[in-house]
Design a protein around this ligand. Structure first.
Ligand code: SAM
Length: 247
């Protein structure tokens, strides 16, 4: 993607790279209920790892934090050291498209807003292989949350995320890949605005100034500006759904 370095620069300045909040990470984790005593957890596309740190804090296990952008892993491990959690997190710079773990390895696989890089269905299939029997998978995925979204919204996602579907459609995919759905809930607007879009809005003036005259960089930042405006206008029609499921 042209200008990806500017996208990374913006994202590295944010607390997290996708809507979410520790409150909802904890809610999804508690839906798993009685899991292994010391679970081995894989966090796919962990980014700067707010949720990785939370998983390390609330679970009694170890978390493999997988991402292919080293700066995110560095930021995550710095935070882990600050919180005394570095023994519980193993950073792994690897593409999720080339994961070389043995099958039936993990008790829990986590992925907030990142599984779609593999394609949602393909990602489910890969996680099913990597999970132990009765292991759990928790993911957030973009969905339509209202019937009959307006044409403007349908058109937008035809280019931005053609895999988008309603919640029922995603549940069918989950079941087709051999999982039992345990719990699902929609992230509220606060998880988009407070945790993600407001921090972006705070960074944009600084970055627009820094890259004055650089059309590629300004184009990337304008894309974020437009995305936020679009969300403010149409947030009743789409959102992130947390799906917690069992193999
Ligand atoms: C939308 S961000 C979500 C980050 C994190 N889960 C969060 O909640 O903040 C997606 C993450 O996936 C990572 N990513 C993208 N493609 C990847 C790949 N092929 N392999 C591993 N990580 C990838 C990006 O570097 C980014 O950190």
């Amino acid at each position: 993607m042209e200008g990806i370095e500017y996208l990374y620069e913006l994202c590295e300045a944010l607390p997290r790279c996708v809507p979410g909040d520790n409150e909802f990470t904890r809610r999804a984790f508690s839906a798993i209920g009685k899991a292994a005593k010391q679970p081995l957890i894989l966090d796919i596309g962990c980014g700067p790892g707010v949720q990785t740190i939370e998983l390390a804090r609330i679970s009694n296990g170890k978390v493999i934090a997988l991402d292919n952008h080293q700066a995110f892993l560095d930021k995550l491990m710095e935070q882990a050291r600050n919180e005394g959690l570095e023994e519980k997190i193993i950073p792994k710079n690897m593409s999720m498209l080339k994961m070389d773990f043995e099958e039936n390895t993990f008790d829990i696989i986590w992925s907030e807003g990142a599984l779609y890089f593999m394609g949602f269905q393909n990602g489910l299939r890969r996680c099913h292989q990597l999970l132990k029997d009765e292991g759990h998978l928790a993911v957030t995925e973009l969905v339509y949350i209202a019937d009959n979204p307006p044409d403007a919204v349908i058109k937008y996602f035809e280019s931005e995320y053609p895999d988008i579907d309603n919640i029922e459609g995603k549940i069918q995919e989950i079941e087709k890949e051999g999982f039992k759905l345990i719990s699902n809930f929609t992230l509220p607007e606060s998880a988009w605005l407070n945790s993600y879009y407001l921090p972006i809005e705070k960074e944009l003036p600084r970055l627009n100034k820094k890259y004055e005259g650089n059309e590629t960089a300004l184009g990337v930042f304008e894309g974020f500006r437009n995305e936020i405006d679009f969300y403010r206008k149409y947030s009743e029609f789409y959102g992130y759904e947390f799906f917690v499921m069992q193999k």
